[in-house]
Structure formats: C-alpha cells, structure tokens
Ligand binder design. Structure first.
Ligand code: SF4
Ligand code: SF4
Length: 336
C-alpha cells in the first residue's frame, strides 16, 4: 500500500502530477472561459497562490486520481515520415503499424475512467489522427464523459477537415482547440499541405486553433538500446522528464497479457517502442489499465523506465535541425 503522505513529499510526484494539475486549473480559470473574466480581482492567481496545491494534495490523500494530461494515440500511420518524429513513426512499416478501433479505444477509456476521478486535458494524436476514420464518433464519446474536462487534437494539416468533423468541433463543449503544426519550412516535403483550406474553415466556424510555426526542430537522434546501467537510465529520465503520458490500446499485439485492455505509457516514445518490440520488453514501464488506483500514484512517482535507455543522452546539448526532414526509409532500432 502506497504511503500518500510520503508521496506528497516526493519531488518527482510533485513535478509530474501536482504542478501540472495546478497549472492546468490556473490557465483554465484564467482563460477566456474562466471565472477571471467575470471578477475584477485576479481570481485565478489567488486560487493558485492559496488554494490549488492544498486542493490537489487533499485529493491525493483521499485517494482521488486526477490525470493532468493524457495523449490518446489513435494510430502510428502518418501522411508524412519525419526522420526525427518524436512519436517514432519513422520506425513503423506497413506490416507493423498500429491503428486502434473505435470500440477498442472506448473500451480502454471506459476502464481508465472507472479508475480515475478526472482527466484535465486529453490530446488526440497519431501519427496523423485524421487518418482515424471514426474521429467524429470519438469526439462524440469524449464530449459525453464527465470526467474528461477538455480535449484537443494535433494535426499536420495534410488532410483537409470534412464537414462532419468541423461540425463536431463547432458543437463540442469540451474541445479546446485544434493544434496545427506548420510544416511549410520542411526542406523536402512530398505532399501538399492543406493549411489554407483548414484555417479558413476553422475561422468561418469560429473554432479555436493554434498554428505552430517554428524555425527548427531538435534532433532526437537514433533510437536504440544503449545498454546503460540502471542508475544512468534513471538519470536520463530525470534529465528528460517528458510530460506526455500516452495511452494505447493493446489491439493487434501478439502478446497482450501484461495489459490486455490497453496501457498508459510515460511518453509516446515509450508507447511506440512497446509496439515495435512488444510489451514484455518494457514490463514495469507502463500502467496496465487493469491495475489498481494505487498504481496510478506509483506511476507518477516512478523514475525508472526501460525505454529511457533507448533515447539519446539528455544531459548532452541537443542539435538543431531543419523541421520535418522526410525520409523514405523505415528506420531500424539499432545504432547506425
Ligand atoms: S507529421 Fe511527422 S512528426 Fe508529426 S506524427 Fe507524422 S511523422 Fe511524426
Ligand atoms: S523514453 Fe524516457 S528519456 Fe525517452 S523521451 Fe520518454 S521519458 Fe524521455
């Protein structure tokens, strides 16, 4: 049984769980839909200073699980093949791709929602999530879940938004925004972007969006098992501390006994690695959705993940590279 008072003294748990929950509620209260727009006092700032930390810590002591952020990985298929994709799409071939079914992702979410008390922010990702044919139905489902507070979607803008999807976002009470990655500066993009059409539809329908234009990416380096010691793997995690906890169903896995109905992983690299090498290879890294509520707290205070051995050394400076360099090759999980 986990000692929750000790858990609250754990700095990693504070950083990964308590602080992101506080930040989300602060930005929610302070945002366009927040109460701050009604009151003249800086309501959100006062809440943050005097209340939110105590509030979330009390909920932990009561055994309530509030997930601050969760990425739903719908597919590892993408319309692009970026050599430095953070979600490892460049390592998937047509024969080992993952795409969940609507029923499968809903089954995983139902199980997750039966264990947790809230999820502040869900982000729908891929690969390219618009390749998931039942996206409008998934939005309907997310919209009706009381414990899910908001969601958004990340797209590379290579697939135009159909009418039904636009309508779903327009009517949704929980959709925060559409996040569009701007890949115009890619040196060798092979397919046309549909940004103009998408942006015009979003503006016409008054749907919130963010348009993420950046000048360079960071090189994630090759992904392969480095064979570091346990201490060095833990150090690598502390130097990275990526906050993108991601959920995948276990559909299509040869051996799914370790998480028959899906799992939550520390980051999308970890979830993709479990697809490429099997769940057994990463036993202990993920949260089996059939686990007890206690395991959720444990997961957020865990600092050893076998997948962190596959990443570059996060203590070293990172190289800047052009954005979204495309590759034709399926990369292998080995040193080149
Ligand atoms: S667009 Fe590029 S970075 Fe984004 S998911 Fe596809 S391959 Fe990865
Ligand atoms: S696998 Fe570990 S080191 Fe790599 S990105 Fe994820 S959390 Fe960071």
């Amino acid at each position: 049984m986990i000692n929750k008072k000790q858990l609250l003294e754990n700095q990693l748990f504070q950083n990964r769980y308590i602080k992101p929950n506080i930040s989300w509620y602060f930005s929610h209260l302070n945002g366009k839909r927040g109460i701050a727009r009604i009151f003249k006092v800086p309501y959100a700032a006062l809440m943050k200073k005097f209340y939110l930390k105590k509030y979330f810590e009390k909920r932990v002591l009561e055994g309530k699980v509030d997930i601050p952020y969760l990425e739903l990985v719908l597919t590892t298929r993408c319309t692009l093949r970026c050599e430095s994709c953070n979600n490892l799409m460049q390592y998937f071939s047509p024969s080992n791709q993952y795409t969940c079914t609507l029923e499968g992702i809903i089954e995983s979410l139902e199980l997750l929602l039966s264990k947790v008390d809230s999820i502040a922010r869900v982000r729908i990702i891929g690969g390219e999530p618009l390749l998931f044919k039942d996206l409008p139905q998934l939005i309907d489902y997310l919209d009706t879940q009381k414990k899910i507070l908001t969601f958004d979607i990340l797209t590379n803008a290579t697939i135009d938004f159909k009418e039904d999807l636009i309508l779903k976002f327009k009517k949704s009470r929980k959709a925060r925004k559409i996040s569009i990655s701007d890949y115009r500066k890619s040196p060798n993009l092979k397919i046309p972007l549909k940004q103009e059409s998408i942006l015009s539809k979003l503006k016409q329908n008054n749907i919130a969006f963010s348009y993420n234009t950046i000048d360079y990416w960071y090189d994630i380096d090759k992904i392969y098992k480095r064979g570091r010691s346990k201490e060095d793997i833990i150090k690598n995690y502390y130097n990275c501390q990526m906050s993108c906890v991601s959920l995948m169903t276990s559909e299509g896995l040869e051996n799914k006994q370790l998480a028959p109905k899906g799992a939550v992983f520390v980051c999308p690299i970890s979830s993709s690695l479990s697809r490429l090498k099997g769940l057994e290879e990463f036993d202990g890294d993920f949260l089996n959705l059939e686990d007890s509520k206690e395991r959720f707290f444990e997961f957020y205070s865990q600092d050893f993940y076998k997948s962190c051995d596959y990443c570059r050394d996060f203590s070293q400076p990172i190289k800047k590279i052009p954005i979204a360099i495309q590759t034709d090759k399926v990369l292998k999980l080995e040193k080149y």
